[in-house]
Design a protein around this ligand. Structure first.
Ligand SMILES: [Mn+2]
Length: 288
């Protein structure tokens, strides 16, 4: 865990894309967060991924991911914590690829499992396949086009708060080695205890922390069109960050899927601001 004596800067990379389109829907999230001050802390720098759009969305999406990988890699070379503010969860591929080689754990907070493959997806939404792609289950030709991409071992993945799954996706997840801390388990044992137990079975010291803001209960914050009830409170989300940082080193993080047009009362914006502060306080250098 980072302390006052080895305090290190955070580098925010904005990825203002949703499904290969810039500055639409959840692609508006990163700019909105930065414009409303989430990055205006001491020792926080900001940049933005922008690419020339291709006429096909997946092509643009992977062009964005290749650029993101480079920026994350530069941030780690400069001894900064990369904090990605992204329209979509598919950003995980670029972030993970930009980190140094070696085993890494992925802790994924999301109302969804993002574990569809092209064979199980009913919507065709690439973000719904993000975790499956990160673990090497799909889009392998495209993921191999990102410098530094290596599939994450499923036994090193903890999924927290997922509650809205497609039927075939649920089957894939249940047959996988991913540790799924679901909402009944969280309500029964508390998120802290459930997570501490799961973390004991995860070997890598380094953690990529992926936070899709729709893991929050819709009553706590209306985050995007997929926001649903039965999710985490803001306090539980912040507790999760602290519990991880007590056991492991958070070497990169992402806050994704925020569509400001659904956040009429500004609660999601406030939650994101608190999260950035918390991550800035506990992030570690990727020294693997
Ligand atoms: Mn997601």
């Amino acid at each position: 865990m980072r302390t006052g004596t080895n305090f290190l800067p955070t580098h925010i990379v904005q990825v203002p894309y949703d499904s290969g389109h810039k500055d639409v829907r959840m692609g508006n999230g990163p700019g909105h967060l930065v414009a409303h001050g989430v990055a205006s802390l001491e020792a926080v720098s900001v940049e933005r991924v922008e690419v020339e759009e291709l006429p096909f969305e997946l092509g643009t999406t992977f062009r964005v991911l290749r650029s993101l990988s480079e920026k994350v890699n530069t941030a780690t070379q400069n001894n900064c914590l990369p904090l990605v503010l992204a329209g979509g969860c598919i950003s995980c591929l670029g972030t993970l690829s930009g980190l140094s080689a070696g085993p890494i754990a992925v802790i994924w907070l999301d109302a969804h499992a993002d574990f569809n493959t092209p064979e199980t997806s009913v919507s065709g939404f690439i973000d719904g396949m993000a975790l499956a792609a990160a673990t090497g289950r799909c889009w392998r030709n495209l993921t191999s086009s990102i410098d530094g991409f290596r599939p994450v071992s499923e036994k090193n993945v903890i999924l927290i708060g997922a509650r809205d799954l497609d039927p075939d996706e649920r089957g894939l997840l249940e047959r996988s080695e991913i540790s799924w801390i679901d909402m009944p388990m969280i309500r029964d044992r508390g998120v802290g205890e459930a997570l501490r137990t799961a973390l004991r079975n995860v070997e890598p010291e380094r953690v990529y922390l992926h936070i899709d803001l729709d893991v929050l209960d819709r009553g706590e914050a209306s985050v995007n069109e997929f926001s649903s009830t039965g999710g985490l409170t803001v306090a539980e989300l912040l507790q999760t960050v602290r519990v991880i940082s007590e056991a492991k080193s958070i070497v990169a993080a992402a806050i994704t899927a925020y569509d400001p047009s659904y956040d009429r009362d500004g609660k999601a914006l406030r939650a994101a601001g608190e999260l950035v502060k918390e991550l800035h306080a506990v992030g570690c250098i990727d020294a693997a």
